[in-house]
Design a binder for this molecule. Sequence first.
Ligand code: HPA
Length: 276
Amino acid sequence: MQINIETIDRLAGIVRSKIKGTPRAAIILGTGLGGLADAVQDPVIVPYADLPDWPVSTVIGHAGRLVAGQLEGQPVLAMQGRAHYYEGYSMAQVTLPVRVFQRLGVEILVVTNAAGGINPDFVPGDVMLITDHLGLAGMAGLNPLIGPNLAEFGPRFPDMSQAYDRELSALARRVAQENKLVLREGVYVGLSGPSFETPADLRFLRVAGADSVGMSTVPEVTAARHGGTRVLGFSGISNKANLDGNTLTTHEEVLEAGKILVPKLETLIRGVLRLL
Ligand code: HPA
């Protein structure tokens, strides 16, 4: 499905008519992390089903609604559930919500994901500040910016040298320290999924410099940066990536880890919003 500026603006108009004010930050909640939206005050809830063309996640652990309101006094818009490429959506559909946020005037995108920990020091329940990403799917031809350039948002060849905002990352480190919360850091690699990686895939990704692995985030961050939106990213480590082939990876453990990760992510995101 081709997404053009008319589709984006129609959706932005509908969302604008349902929520109050202009959201400053949008938060994308990854698998099992939707509970974070419960922290939003004076919530206005917009089910994705009320938004024509909005990609609806078919995956367990994704509620499928927008929650608009206040967090630490900042107007925010949280996405409870995101669509993934592996569900059969095009990259343009996967990144449509980010385009709508940009037209609504959102300045900051906070991305979260559930991810496998490739770095051997990481354990399930750890939060990793994403300092950079490895866009393997994009390198292989699945870049959401392929097609006519949406010049309303940004240039044909956008810079990606600082995809994850250094100032926002510094605030996250400060919040972690003040709250005595262990914050890992590293490179997230985005794959298409839906099958988990083979041990050989994981050994390859490790030597390529990846610390966490998942099936999302990179497309949204690419569209965000194209449009000049500042990005703060966190991986919630839900399982240890299985480089030796001796343990199985399941969606259930990913959902289970979300329960430990949500309070940590809430502390970090609230803390950063408070410091803005
Ligand atoms: N691999 C890919 N995606 C994931 C994983 C994983 O181990 N855990 C959660 N999302």
